[in-house]
Design a protein around this ligand. Structure first.
Ligand SMILES: Nc1ncnc2c1ncn2[C@@H]1O[C@H](COP(=O)(O)OP(=O)(O)OP(=O)(O)O)[C@@H](O)[C@H]1O
Ligand SMILES: [Mg+2]
Length: 257
């Protein structure tokens, strides 16, 4: 369970460029929640994710992971709880290293140093099997430098690397935005599969109303640094793009996403 309590963040405070990126945001994310996050540019989505990951310090408020208050913990000390995939397929992997080496690095992260010297053949087999489960044929390209793969293939592998250590939360910030529509659908299907297979808790930012309604068990909409809508349960299951738009209209939320 992740609890965000009264989180606030103001950028460039006291200057003409002051932005209240998070305004007293509270959100309780239950174990197993797969939450899609939508909202216009600048509404605070990435700021929320950065605050959870600890790459950004809050001005006020608290963040708890399984009742452990991590508000003051720097990002590298929170890393074991967090899996992240960004919009750019080039972030998150080392391009000149092979698929196998990238996976090994991710797999060994957080393990005792002595284990980093060499992987056992059982560990290599485990990684190859996980890659095969992506059904992209990448298990036959374990020795290819990851930089030579397509954006979709890299995002699928980055997802896998973020997921197989079973983080407390998987943070996906528009991770399909740089992909063509077919690759985006494929990576979303893999996301869905990985979230359920590894029983992860996930926050997925998207600018697609279609993805936001189709995926996840819960949807939040950010507007001007606040959570303007939080739709879950039966209501989320029955949600359509049209009913979502209607909801925004009723609440006078201007939607440009
Ligand atoms: N490091 C920073 N310094 C100054 N202002 C920032 C910084 N990071 C974010 N902001 C501002 O805070 C607000 C929220 O930004 P944020 O990146 O969270 O938006 P977003 O909802 O992720 O938008 P997008 O859909 O464009 O990714 C924006 O007005 C942005 O310009
Ligand atoms: Mg953003």
């Amino acid at each position: 369970m992740i609890a965000i309590e009264n989180a606030s963040k103001i950028f460039a405070k006291g200057t003409p460029n002051e932005v209240h990126a998070l305004k007293n945001v509270s959100l309780r994310i239950e174990k197993g929640d797969f939450i899609t996050v939508i909202g216009t540019n600048g509404s605070g989505k990435s700021t929320l994710l950065n605050a959870i990951a600890g790459t950004l310090a809050l001005d006020s408020g608290r963040i708890k992971i399984n009742n452990l208050d991590v508000t003051k913990l720097p990002d590298f000390k929170r890393a074991k709880y967090i899996g992240r995939v960004f919009q750019n397929p080039f972030s998150g992997t080392a391009p000149t290293m092979t698929v196998a080496e990238n996976l090994q690095l991710a797999y060994l992260r957080g393990e005792r140093k002595t284990l980093t010297i060499a992987m056992t053949s059982a560990q290599k087999k485990f990684l190859r099997e996980r890659v095969a489960e992506l059904r992209m044929g990448l298990e036959n390209r374990m020795d290819t430098p990851i930089g030579l793969l397509s954006g979709g293939q890299r995002q699928a592998l980055t997802l896998l690397m973020a997921a197989f250590k079973k983080p407390e939360i998987l943070l996906l910030d528009e991770h399909t935005a740089a992909l063509d529509p077919i690759s985006a659908e494929l990576v979303l299907a893999i996301t869905q599969e990985i979230v359920s297979k590894y029983q992860l808790t996930a926050l997925m930012v998207t600018h697609s109303m279609s993805y936001a309604t189709r995926f996840g068990n819960r949807l939040i909409m950010m507007n001007l640094g606040e959570i303007a809508c939080d739709i879950q349960g039966e209501e989320k299951r029955n949600l359509t793009e049209q009913s979502l738009l209607k909801r925004f209209e009723e609440r006078h939320i201007h939607v440009v996403i």
